[in-house]
Design a protein around this ligand. Structure first.
Ligand SMILES: *Cc1c(COP(=O)(O)O)cnc(C)c1O
Length: 456
C-alpha cells in the first residue's frame, strides 16, 4: 500500500514492475524472518539496463565514450560484477575499492582512480594495474612521477582534474594556472607519464555547466596535443540526475510541504532536497547533454568531441543504480501522537543516508501489512530508528499511509541503491549491518535470491 493523498503531501515512487513483483510476492516476509533485522535487496538487472541505455546514448550521438561506475554510490559486489560484464569500468577512490573492483572482475585498465590527495600505496597500485588516475593536485602529480620513475613498471596514465570555474570554492581540482604547470610537468616527464586528458566532477545536476566545461576541457586537449601529449579524452564525472517520482507529485510537494507535515515541526530547506524529479533523467540526461550547445559554440557538445577526436568518459553512480534496489525494515513499535503515529523500525537512518546531509529521503515508503484485516483509511506516521538518539529519524515527514501501520508490518523504502543504503552505514548500538540480498532474473516466475559477495 503506498502513501495516500489528502492533506498529506505524497511522493509516490515511479512504477517499477521488478520492484512491484518483489513487493507482491512472499519473499520479503521470508527474508525478514530469516535475517531478523533490516536488509536491502538489489535488482542488478536494472543496473544492466541503465548501463546499456547510457552506452546506447553515446552510440546514437556518434560519440566515442566509456562509462565508469562510481563505486562509492553502493558497496555491493554485484554492481561491479555487472559493470565488468557490461563493458564498463569502475571509478574507485581507495585501495579497498580498487581491490574490490579487481576482485570482482574489472581489469586494471578499466579503472579510474579519483579522490583528493591519494596516498602512495593507492597511487602505486594504480600504476601497477594500468589504471587511469585523475590527478587532483600538483604535489600528487610529483608523487606519482616519483612512483612511475622508480617503480620501473609502466607509465602512469593520468587525467588532470580541473577546478570548475563555476564552483571556485570546490576543494577538488587544479586552477587554470596549476593545470598549465601540470601539463608542462607531464611534457618534461617523458615516458614516465602518459597524459591522457582532463577531468572534472561538478556538484548539482544542471546540464549547461557540464557542457560548457566539457567544451573547455576539449580545447585544453587540443592545446596539450600541440605540446606533444596524447590528451585523447576528457572525463565529465558523475551527476546525471534520476527521477524518483513524477513531475506533478514533486512540484505539488514543493509548493505544499510545511513544517506541520513533519514530526516535531521539523523544517528542511527546500534547496537541500535532492531534485526528486528531473525532466531529463539518467541516460536521457546524457543524450540531452550531448545535444547541448556549450556557451560560445554554435554546435552541440557531441560535434565538438567528434571533431576534436576526444573520447568522452563519464562516471555515473546514482544514475546506474536507478531502480536497482530497496531497503526493508520491520515496524517494531507504534506510538500515538497528536493526530499522527510514530513508528519505530528495527534499523537506523545510517541505512538511509539522506538524513546525514541536512535532508530527508522523500519517496514514500511502502507499508506491507503482515496481519490480515489491517484497517484502511488515512494514517499519517513518521518513522524513527531503533536507537537512543532523539534525532535518529528515517522519515520526519508524516507519511499518509492508507493502511494502519502495526507492529510486525514491513516498511520498504524504494529505489535506495544509489547512496542511501550503505554510504553511512555503521554498527551503532551493536546493531548488525543490514545484509544485501541479490535478486537475479526478476523475469522468472519465482525470483531467486542470494547474498551479495562484497567481502570487506
Ligand atoms: C561521486 C562522484 C561521482 C558519481 O556521482 P553521481 O552523482 O553519483 O553520478 C563521479 N565522479 C566523481 C569524481 C565523484 O566524486
Amino acid at each position: 500500500m503506498t502513501a495516500g493523498t489528502g492533506p498529506w503531501p505524497a511522493l509516490p515512487s515511479l512504477p517499477d514492475p521488478a520492484t512491484d513483483a518483489v513487493l507482491a510476492g512472499p519473499l520479503l516476509p521470508e527474508l525478514a524472518h530469516a535475517f531478523g533485522g533490516p536488509f536491502h535487496f538489489l535488482l542488478p538487472d536494472a543496473f544492466d539496463a541503465n548501463l546499456r541505455a547510457m552506452q546506447d546514448a553515446l552510440t546514437s550521438a556518434g560519440v566515442d565514450g566509456f562509462v565508469y561506475f562510481a563505486k562509492k554510490a553502493n558497496k555491493a559486489a554485484v554492481f561491479v560484477e555487472r559493470a565488468a560484464a557490461g563493458g564498463a569500468g569502475v571509478d574507485v577512490a581507495s585501495a579497498g575499492e580498487l581491490r574490490e573492483a579487481l576482485g570482482h572482475g574489472v581489469r586494471g585498465e578499466h579503472l579510474v582512480v579519483t579522490g583528493p590527495a591519494k596516498d602512495t600505496a593507492l597511487l602505486r597500485l594504480a600504476v601497477q594495474q594500468g589504471a587511469l588516475i585523475a590527478v587532483d593536485a600538483l604535489d600528487e602529480l610529483d608523487a606519482l612521477l616519483g612512483i612511475a620513475l622508480t617503480g620501473r613498471v609502466r607509465p602512469a596514465r593520468v587525467l588532470l582534474r580541473c577546478l570548475p570555474p563555476q564552483q571556485p570554492h570546490s576543494r577538488f581540482g587544479m586552477t587554470e594556472a596549476e593545470l598549465a604547470t601540470a601539463t608542462d610537468r607531464c611534457v618534461q616527464a617523458g615516458d614516465a607519464i602518459r597524459m591522457e586528458g582532463f577531468s572534472f566532477h561538478l556538484s548539482g545536476y544542471a546540464l549547461q555547466p557540464r557542457a560548457d566545461l566539457a567544451a573547455h576541457l576539449t580545447d585544453l586537449c587540443l592545446k596539450a596535443r600541440t605540446q606533444g601529449l596524447e590528451a585523447s579524452r576528457i572525463s565529465i564525472g558523475g551527476g546525471l540526475p534520476i527521477s524518483y517520482t513524477d513531475a506533478d507529485s514533486w512540484h505539488t510537494f514543493l509548493t505544499r510541504h510545511h513544517s506541520r507535515h513533519y514530526h516535531a515541526g521539523k523544517t528542511f530547506r527546500t534547496g537541500d532536497f535532492y531534485p526528486y524529479h528531473s525532466p531529463n533523467a539518467g541516460p536521457r540526461a546524457l543524450a540531452a547533454l550531448l545535444t547541448t550547445r556549450p556557451e560560445g559554440h554554435g554546435r552541440p557538445l557531441a560535434d565538438l568531441l567528434k571533431d576534436a577526436g576526444v573520447i568522452l568518459l563519464l562516471e555515473p553512480g546514482r544514475a546506474l543504480l536507478d531502480r536497482a534496489g530497496a531497503t526493508v525494515l520491520r515496524v517494531q513499535g507504534v506510538k500515538d501522537r497528536d493526530g499522527y503515529q510514530l513508528l519505530t523500525v528495527d534499523g537506523t537512518s545510517l541505512s538511509l543516508s539522506e538524513q546525514w546531509f541536512n535532508s530527508e529521503y522523500l519517496p514514500d515508503p511502502h507499508l506491507l501489512p503482515q496481519e490480515p484485516d489491517s484497517p484502511a483509511g488515512l494514517f499519517p506516521a513518521s518513522v524513527g530508528a531503533a536507537t537512543c538518539l532523539e534525532s535518529d529519524m528515517l522519515t520526519w515527514r508524516k507519511v499518509g499511509f492508507t493502511r494502519r501501520p502495526r507492529t510486525g508490518d514491513l516498511l520498504v523504502y524504494p529505489n535506495t541503491a544509489g547512496y542511501q543504503m550503505d554510504s553511512n552505514e555503521s554498527p551503532f548500538h551493536d546493531l548488525a549491518l543490514p545484509p544485501k540480498v541479490v535478486i537475479d532474473h526478476t523475469d522468472r516466475r519465482r525470483p531467486r535470491w542470494r547474498l551479495d559477495r562484497h567481502f570487506t
